[in-house]
Design a binder for this molecule. Structure first.
Ligand SMILES: [Zn+2]
Ligand SMILES: [Zn+2]
Length: 402
């Protein structure tokens, strides 16, 4: 019974709080999670779990086999990195590193997965293998890829992979997810328009003018979402940078101008339309004015897409801990999450766990200097992970009958 899991984990919750606050005091950013990784590896070993360090840089994988025979394997993933933010919580366990803090709760994510590891190591009544995946550099959007490129899923084969993120504003004791897209795909794009440039005062008629093309293009960009995507599609397309010419020489028509922006989308087909239309508009508008256009398009992370067949598994695991009525459907968010890369490799689910909300409805959101992970949910999160292993890899017979 998952309620029993929660009660047992609550027995060592003080240790989890200590671990979480220790990690919080010592935040480490992208690929520099050496202390955190060592702490994770040390705890896993202390509990008798096989440890592989240095996976994709500072990543750590703990491997635990169930005491019953089974060929199936599950991956549970937590992220370990902090952000470049100056903490302003004033808490006793506040960051001791100037300019860095755990403002996204990855200290809590790491600790919840450690809590599940400790519980499962003491009670490995499942059939198969659990790989505890501790990932670096989520905030850079490159940690998951680094682990995958380091052959994460070849060295630690899994049938499914699961991730969890805390959600400020969602009450304590609530879990939420949704089938299909959850978080947006996030890309950067840029166009360089090139003409001849020339003497803007003396001989404009002898030049081709990239700034005119840029002007047309800036307006045309904003026709893509309403005119090329389906009216019900969710997406964002924004310009964030424009440059060209010399401030000191406004009488010189620049030969090159540059525009850069971001695209957010939930469907690959929408990403393809956005990319294709940016290129078509840039090239045709440039050609109309005797210039050329070169598009660069960088995919940062794909949309986070839950495998529909795995969502009921995650929902059942959460419901077993907090009750069916406390597991809801989360709305789409245009935030990004690099767990999406793992979900491209293996079917699984990204779930949100409520980090709590004040009585007046207020809360400090992630990525802000007053945010803190809520230690009251450490047990709930760890119990969800253990309950998920129970869902995916079965449990001891006497438990099933209970
Ligand atoms: Zn974040
Ligand atoms: Zn995060």
């Amino acid at each position: 019974m998952s309620q029993d899991i929660l009660n047992e984990i609550k027995g060592f919750e003080p240790e989890l709080r200590e671990i979480r606050q220790d990690i919080h005091r010592h935040p480490e950013t992208r690929f520099e999670e050496h202390r955190t990784a060592a702490l994770v590896a040390g705890k896993l070993r202390e509990w008798g779990i096989e440890v592989t360090e240095g996976v994709g840089g500072t990543g750590v994988v703990g491997t635990l086999k169930g005491k019953r025979q089974g060929q199936r394997a599950i991956g549970l993933r937590a992220d370990m990195d902090a952000l470049f933010i100056q903490e302003e919580t004033g808490l006793p366990h506040a960051s001791t590193v100037p300019g860095k803090m755990h403002a996204c709760g990855h200290d809590g994510h790491t600790t919840m997965l450690l809590g599940a590891a400790k519980y499962l190591a003491a009670k490995p009544d499942f059939a198969g293998t659990v790989h505890f995946i501790f990932q670096p550099a989520e905030e850079a959007g490159t940690g998951a890829v680094a682990m995958i490129k380091d052959k994460l899923f070849e060295r630690f084969p899994v049938d499914s992979v699961y991730g969890m993120h805390n959600s400020p504003g969602l009450p304590v004791g609530v879990f939420a997810t949704r089938p299909g897209p959850n978080l947006a795909g996030a890309d950067f794009w840029g166009v360089e328009f090139e003409g001849t440039g020339g003497h803007g005062g003396g001989a404009p008629h002898l030049a081709t003018d990239a700034t005119v093309v840029l002007g047309h293009f800036l307006l045309a960009v904003h026709t893509i979402l309403p005119r090329n995507l389906h009216p019900t599609a969710s997406a964002a397309l924004s310009v964030g940078h424009v440059s060209g010419g010399s401030f000191g020489s406004p009488n010189v028509m620049p030969a090159k101008v540059v525009v850069r922006g971001t695209a957010r989308y939930f469907e690959k087909k929408d990403q393809e339309v956005i990319k294709r239309r940016l290129k078509e508009l840039a090239e045709t508008l440039a050609a109309a004015h005797g210039c050329t256009a070169t598009l660069t398009y960088d995919v940062l992370c794909p949309p986070t897409i839950n495998a529909p067949e795995k969502v009921p598994v995650a929902v059942a695991a959460a419901a077993a801990v907090v009750g069916k009525d406390k597991v809801g459907e989360i709305p789409l968010s245009t935030g990004g999450e690099d767990f999406s890369f793992m979900l491209q490799e293996k079917p699984g689910v990204f779930i949100r766990i409520g980090n709590g909300v004040n009585a007046d409805g207020s809360f400090h959101n992630v990525h802000t200097p007053k945010y803190d992970f809520n230690d009251d949910i450490l047990g709930l999160g760890a119990a969800y992970w253990a309950s998920l292993v129970k869902q995916e890899l079965g449990w001891a017979e006497e438990e099933n009958r209970a």
